[in-house]
Design a binder for this molecule. Structure first.
Ligand code: V47
Length: 399
């Protein structure tokens, strides 16, 4: 047992749980009305890798129960009956952003109405105000502010570590890192090294959107391209900084674009093993330039979770992010391939600006209830998926 807030440890797949839990799918056989799924079933059972045409077939099937069976089989093989959650707090230090992405309702031009940038003292206050439930992670992301020097971020990380030494700092997307490098005339590697030395523990998965150049040109044309996103992730992983990966779906992308995105993530993961978790982000159109687009459907949301579990065979975790999916869909996703439901997420801004009607935060007890009602065993984790044990007076991580 050790205190929370450890430096990085080796990537853990929790394979040890395989033997502890029966796989529910083994108890009821596989049946599909979609003939294409039988070949995929055989590969899944044999633990063989799915290829692009398999992934396309999964996106195109309407046999959700068969798709769910397959994804659940893999999910239970990897994680048994456990479903993870954490107690975290989001910190969005600024919404000033030069990128002006059409997909985004959060960013503002400098000086425009609603634009804000927190002084460091405000960042520390905001961190402290969500601290009542013994937060184990701060998730820190912001817009691409043209005037904030790297020193602001180094002081932010040092200040947070000083005040909250046991809290894991998961901060800054690949897009922000690339921007810091250009603005400060440094290499990406140097930026990452400085941030790591100041207290950065790992990185979130945002900004990946969808790697397709055609789609990126429409939804986020001023952002780094997909290759650069992957290059920054590679660099971070090489320096021992683990990250997550995301994919924004449900806007103008097609099945092929999604498959291409997942294949690129899988290829980089084969190389670095630095990704922990994949999170599909369902597009929220309200208040964005793309507000004429419809919201995603429950079918697509669940399908995305299941396909990700089946295709990303080298990703330890698939997260059903309740803030985006709604707690109800996220709960069902725990039976469609997801093993993680994310955290308490106090004060989320990015999706709420884009019309999310989910609560700003759920309590630890709310998350436990959702997970138990899905027939899963809740396990509070830290950012590195080490179990967190709580008593009335202490919080410890099982190292
Ligand atoms: O990069 C922005 C997306 C991301 C919209 O790593 C939108 O644990 C939907 O990456 N509709 C930021 N999505 C959030 C993110 C994240 C969230 C939770 C957990 C983790 C993790 C990462 O949100 C952005 C962008 O892809 N986004 N606007 C929108 N209108």
């Amino acid at each position: 047992m050790a205190n929370v807030g450890h430096p990085l440890t080796a990537l853990r797949y929790h394979n040890e749980m395989e033997v502890q839990f029966p796989i529910a799918t083994a108890r009821h056989g596989f049946f599909s009305e979609d003939a294409r799924l039988y070949k995929i079933h055989d590969k899944v059972i044999a633990g063989e890798r799915l290829d692009e045409s398999d992934a396309l077939a999964l996106y195109r099937t309407s046999d959700m129960l068969a798709l769910g069976w397959l994804a659940n089989h893999v999910r239970e093989r990897m994680h048994g009956n456990v479903a993870y959650f954490n107690v975290n707090r989001h910190i969005n230090h600024t919404n000033v952003c030069v990128a002006n992405c059409r997909l985004c309702a959060f960013g503002r031009k400098k000086g425009s109405e609603g634009a804000y940038t927190m002084a460091l003292e405000e960042v520390f206050e905001s961190a402290a105000s969500g601290y009542s439930e013994a937060v184990t992670e701060f998730h820190i992301v912001g817009g691409l502010h043209p005037d904030l020097p790297l020193q602001y971020f180094l002081d932010m990380l040092r200040g947070l570590k000083e005040r909250f030494p046991q809290v894991h700092l998961k901060g800054f997307t690949m897009v922000e890192i690339s921007f810091f490098a250009k603005l400060n005339k440094l290499t990406v590697r140097d930026v990452l090294l400085k941030l790591k030395a100041a207290g950065l523990d790992s990185m979130p998965g945002g900004g990946a959107e969808i790697f397709s150049e055609r789609v990126r040109a429409i939804i986020c044309d001023h952002k780094i391209d997909g290759n650069e996103w992957l290059e920054v992730a590679r660099e971070a992983h090489l320096l021992g900084i683990r990250s997550n990966a995301t994919m924004l779906y449900g806007h103008i992308e097609g099945d092929e674009d999604r498959v291409d995105h997942l294949m690129k993530l899988r290829a980089l993961q084969d190389e670095t093993r630095g990704f922990q978790t994949f999170i599909g982000l369902s597009f929220h159109p309200d208040h964005t330039v793309l507000r004429h687009l419809p919201w995603t459907t429950g079918m697509l949301d669940l399908k995305q979770v299941a396909v990700a579990r089946l295709v990303l065979d080298n990703f330890p975790h698939i997260k059903a992010y309740w803030q985006m999916l709604t707690p109800k869909i996220a709960q069902i996703a725990l039976r469609f391939g997801a093993d993680d439901i994310d955290g308490t997420v106090v004060e989320e801004k990015i999706y709420h600006d884009a019309g999310a009607t989910t609560p700003q935060g759920l309590t630890r007890q709310d998350l436990i209830r959702l997970i138990e009602a899905a027939g899963r065993v809740p396990m509070e984790r830290d950012t590195l998926y080490r179990p967190v044990m709580r008593t009335e007076t202490s919080v410890t991580v099982v190292a």
